[in-house]
Design a protein around this ligand. Structure first.
Ligand code: PLP
Length: 443
């Protein structure tokens, strides 16, 4: 009997034993093509020698030193590396151990920033429905994933929501995607006015929505309008790039493609590529300086922040991405993956939409392409597809509709940046087989 408290106490899991490039092998030697990077994590695959060596070297020198006593070289170098490539005025990096921690730090920094500016009445965050910002109580409270929030809602801080930018579902027949995006963005302006701009800390959004909507990118101009609205009201723009950032969409920060820079950004998954647990919050010089010139102390912290081994691993991952020009591969193979998905599923009766940026692509599964009605939630079609894919040796990331069961299910693909054409073919072929088996099982 296993004593592990697994996420799901139903069923059993294969035992992962070895990484080999884009594959994971279990203890029976079965190979799984990691087409989802776990949950969009493993950007370099599972056995990159330079990253493995960097971790060994760091542990040989110094595995850990508490940041209340020391800074460390890996932390300093990684921060410099990120800031040299970060958009806008992002100038400081607060290194933590994962995505939820990065988001918690972002929320608390937003609140403290305004306190130090002499605006303590600011207490509201506004986020979008159909979003996910992490599972700790603060991040969960902000997120608009109702399924994950539901049973905890009595103990969560209040949140305020505006609609997601979801053209496939919500665009009206009489408007272009751009017009739709601007109309939806303007709902933020309205919500800020309702709450009272002087009470709002910031707007929180995933640049490209991951787990709750499936690689859902904003329409052209949407984020620029959002930035304008935040500036007009003097509130912070906090972009959660935990899943979509660090090159996943073809640029290091996804928001670069929208011509927008946030006041605070959260990154994680692809930062360390899974070689070590690591995440980070980046903020502008203006925010940092306000605290430096005020109390001089950010009222937050974690034991493992700035962990030298985690930073050394992430630095190695990020250097490999530069040295091997992997963002170019993300763009090229991302386009190949999108084309291959379109060729295979473009006329599929149950695939309503194929979308994404770079190596962050998704299929939205529907019962009817005309009405866009979702498949009955009880069928759990996305979970069935995942199960059959695993049987076939393919990892893909399933997601369910989260607004009153009225949104489609989706399958998210986020393969490592090192994928080759043959892997793209294997992904699409096996996904097709898994979907056939899942729909046959669902009847
Ligand atoms: N934000 C986004 C957009 C995510 O996708 C996730 C995780 O899936 C998180 C935050 C939370 O990250 P973590 O699971 O590392 O705490």
């Amino acid at each position: 009997m296993s004593h592990v408290f697994h996420r799901s106490s139903k069923g059993t899991l294969p035992v992962a034993a070895k990484g080999d490039g884009v594959y994971i092998l279990d203890t029976n030697g079965k190979r799984y093509l990691d087409a989802s990077g776990g949950a969009a994590v493993s950007c370099l695959g599972h056995s990159h020698p330079k990253v493995v060596q960097a971790i060994k070297d760091q542990v040989d020198q110094l595995a850990y030193a508490h940041t209340g006593f020391f800074t460390n070289q890996a932390l300093e170098e990684l921060s410099d590396h990120l800031i040299a490539r970060a958009p806008g005025d992002l100038q400081y990096v607060y290194m933590v151990s994962g995505g939820s921690e990065a988001m918690e730090a972002a929320l608390k920094l937003g609140r403290q920033y305004f306190i130090e500016k002499g605006e303590p009445e600011r207490r509201h965050f506004i986020a979008r429905r159909q979003s996910y910002h992490g599972n700790t109580l603060g991040a969960l409270a902000i997120g608009g994933n109702m399924w994950r929030r539901e049973q905890f809602s009595p103990i969560l801080i209040d949140s305020n929501y505006v609609p997601p930018c979801y053209a496939y579902r919500d665009q009206r027949p009489d408007e272009t995607p751009e017009e739709y995006g601007l109309r939806i963005a303007d709902e933020l302006d309205e919500r800020i006015r309702q709450l009272g701009p002087e009470t709002v800390i910031g707007f929180v959004a995933e640049t490209v929505v991951g787990a709750t909507a499936g690689a859902l990118a904003p329409t052209e101009g949407y984020l620029k309008r959002i930035r304008e609205i935040c500036d007009r009201h003097g509130i912070l723009l906090i972009l959660d790039e935990v899943m979509c950032g660090m090159g996943r969409t073809g640029t290091l920060f996804a928001c670069e493609q929208d011509g927008v820079a946030p006041d605070i950004a959260a990154i994680a998954k692809g930062l360390g590529g899974g070689y070590q647990p690591i995440g980070a919050m980046l903020c502008t010089g203006e925010i940092y300086d306000t605290i430096r010139n005020g109390s001089g102390f950010f009222q937050h912290g974690h034991t493992y922040m700035g962990h030298p081994t985690a930073c050394a691993a992430a630095l190695a991952v990020q250097k490999v991405i530069d040295e091997e020009n992997l963002l170019e591969n993300v763009r090229q193979k991302g386009a190949k993956l999108f084309d291959a998905l379109t060729a295979r599923f473009g006329n599929h009766p149950f695939v309503g939409d194929i979308r994404g940026r770079g190596l962050f692509q998704a299929l939205e599964i529907v019962a009817d392409r005309g009405t866009k009605d979702p498949i009955e939630p009880a069928v759990q079609i996305h979970a069935k597809i995942k199960k059959h894919a695993m049987d076939l040796g393919l990892m893909c990331y399933p997601g369910g509709g989260t607004i009153d069961g009225k949104r489609g299910n989706h399958i998210l693909l986020a393969p490592p940046f090192i994928v080759e054409d043959s892997h793209v073919e294997e992904i699409v072929g096996k996904l097709d087989d898994a979907m056939k088996a899942a729909f046959a099982e669902a009847g």
